[in-house]
Design a protein around this ligand. Structure first.
Ligand code: SF4
Ligand code: SF4
Length: 373
């Protein structure tokens, strides 16, 4: 099982699409849709031996991913957890404080997911001046100090990033040292933003970028024998190539849960404080026997549910965008899947001719990168 551990609900960044949009979305219908627990402590309130006892109720080794807010706001607790619990470790961070965590801890992470959107102008515009240089310095520092796990860039894609273009931003992130890239569309997460955007025009240009990036992905296989670790392509390729049926790709609600700062267990980090999505707590529950929660309509009866998986449990349950906006999001999913499908014969030929191998497409599910953006 995979668990996000919310280390802190505070963050040391004020990003445009998270901090700013949350304020702009004040007064949305979420309070009517979900019942929130407003007493959530800002930092972990339970004892680490209680978390350890919970994790050890399972015979299998658990994967713990530090999450926030910004998880490195509580470095001492990260050290305490890693010192006392035998688990696989990952972290999702904005990267600004990575230099503050001692090497012996950093080097134990199997993957570190760092929020960065592309080039310096874009990243600093979205995340604050100076962010790009600090993040870059920190990822180079941890590499120099021996971190050899997977370094994954987590991009947010919207109209602003489209000015540079998805392909250019993805290429840039590989060029500065990331092993892998994935992105999430900023779409369907805030109630007020759809009416203020020309999302249909954005989606058209984004879909064209996805096709262009797929072309670049295949070109790199042909020319260099390399399979770039572009997570949405890896995941969809695997499902199409092996004919696999997929559930929600992030695993939320059945393979991936979140432990809130008060010890309650929820289905997803974004819903950690929504009481109807809390399925237990670290004292009473066992990692292997957690209640499952799955996507509702319109995903349940969607013709491509087995490939899409439902995109996002939170967006599905919150249902914040009008039908027209949701339909445009779903069209981006259809486009992404059909783009990968169109490249399948060429990729299969490259595998058959041994230019590349099936092994190069392998990735681990539920570690954080959303396959369906
Ligand atoms: S394409 Fe849209 S409706 Fe279909 S499963 Fe995905 S998110 Fe749900
Ligand atoms: S994709 Fe949605 S449900 Fe899954 S972890 Fe992200 S926010 Fe949660």
């Amino acid at each position: 099982m995979y668990f996000h551990i919310i280390m802190s609900i505070d963050c040391n960044s004020e990003c445009r699409y998270c901090y700013k949009k949350s304020y702009e979305d004040f007064g949305n219908d979420l309070n009517r849709i979900f019942k929130f627990d407003f007493s959530m402590p800002p930092m972990i309130k339970y004892k680490i031996e209680e978390l350890k006892a919970f994790v050890e109720k399972s015979k299998s080794r658990q994967t713990l991913t530090f999450y926030g807010g910004e998880p490195l706001m509580d470095i001492e607790k990260i050290k305490e957890i890693m010192a006392s619990i035998d688990a696989r470790y990952m972290m999702q961070t904005n990267g600004l404080l990575l230099d503050k965590l001692p090497n012996e801890y950093v080097n134990r992470f199997e993957a570190i997911l760092v929020s960065i959107d592309g080039n310096k102008n874009l990243t600093d515009f979205n995340r604050g001046k100076g962010t790009y240089d600090r993040v870059l310095a920190n990822i180079h520092l941890i590499r120099k100090n021996g971190f050899n796990g997977e370094l994954i860039a987590r991009m947010v894609v919207d109209e602003v990033s489209e000015k540079t273009g998805l392909t250019e931003n993805v290429k840039h992130l590989f060029s500065i040292g990331f092993d892998a890239v994935h992105w999430q569309l900023d779409a369907g997460f805030y109630q007020q933003d759809f009416k203020n955007r020309n999302f249909a025009a954005f989606a058209e240009s984004y879909n064209a970028e996805v096709s262009g990036l797929l072309g670049y992905w295949i070109e790199t296989m042909k020319k260099e024998g390399r399979v770039l670790r572009i997570y949405p392509f890896l995941g969809i390729f695997e499902s199409l190539y092996y004919g696999k049926k997929e559930k929600l790709r992030c695993g939320s609600g059945y393979a991936n849960y979140t432990i809130a700062t008060n010890g309650k267990i929820s289905v997803c980090p974004i819903m950690h404080d929504a009481t109807e999505f809390q399925v237990g707590d670290i004292w009473q529950s066992s990692p292997d026997k957690l209640k499952e929660i799955h996507v509702s309509e319109p995903c349940k009866s969607c013709g491509i549910l087995d490939l899409c998986g439902g995109r996002c449990l939170y967006a599905n349950k919150a249902n914040l965008w009008p039908k027209q906006g949701q339909e445009i999001i779903c069209n981006t999913v259809r486009h992404l899947i059909s783009a990968v499908q169109s490249g399948l014969p060429e990729i299969k030929a490259l595998i058959t001719s041994k230019k590349i191998s099936e092994k190069q497409f392998e990735y681990e599910k539920y570690t954080g990168p959303e396959i369906i953006p």
